[in-house]
Ligand binder design. Structure first.
Ligand code: NI
Length: 189
């Protein structure tokens, strides 16, 4: 198991359209090794999710967290060749997102609040599920990476793009800046 180097914004791998993984190869040592190394890397940097291009592998594989089990432990999904379908374009959720590829920064992004996901899991089985709230945001953020999209591309108000410390200090009480009581949360992939 290895901790991998994380690509930072500006590295072209983060802007590539990633290639699908042959489902027959999911159980191969190469793909299984990549999954293990991505888990180790994500844990090292305390991420909530990680996409393969962030470790310089332009393939359609993500790890996404944000869900907890009954005991409150973090749960992570490994998703290969994921397809995300928005359930309601008008039902949106905003939060300050972060990304291991943009260390120390936060930006306010609004996304659909509920999605359906079709993918293969780490054993090569097809999975289909729906998510809402924070885990839905995490999945969308991670899957964006597979198409070369970073959260900064989705910031509509650049006044809400800030260093983490300043965002915590000045934006915490009114994260949306409009006092509408949007859910506040931070993603940390
Ligand atoms: Ni990210």
């Amino acid at each position: 198991m290895a901790i991998l180097k994380v690509a930072r914004m500006g590295h072209p791998v983060l802007r590539e359209k990633c290639q699908p993984i042959d489902p027959a190869q999911i159980t191969s040592p190469a793909v299984q090794g990549l999954i293990r190394d991505m888990f180790a890397t994500m844990a090292e940097y305390a991420g909530v999710g990680l996409a393969a291009p962030q470790v310089h592998q332009a393939v359609r594989l993500v790890i996404a967290g944000g869900e907890t089990d009954e005991e409150g432990r973090q749960q992570y999904r490994v998703l290969i060749n994921p397809k995300v379908t928005v359930l309601d374009e008008d039902d949106r959720l905003g939060m300050y997102e972060g990304c291991l590829s943009l260390p120390g920064l936060r930006g306010w992004v609004e996304r659909p609040a509920a999605v359906k996901v079709d993918a293969f899991d780490e054993q090569g089985a097809r999975v289909e599920f729906t998510l809402e709230g924070f885990p839905a945001v995490v999945i969308q953020h991670e899957c964006d990476h597979l198409d070369g999209v970073l959260y900064v591309d989705r910031i509509t108000d650049m006044k809400k793009f800030a260093f983490e410390l300043e965002a915590d200090r000045y934006f915490a009480e009114d994260p949306a800046g409009d006092a509408e009581g949007d859910e506040e949360a931070y993603e940390d992939d």
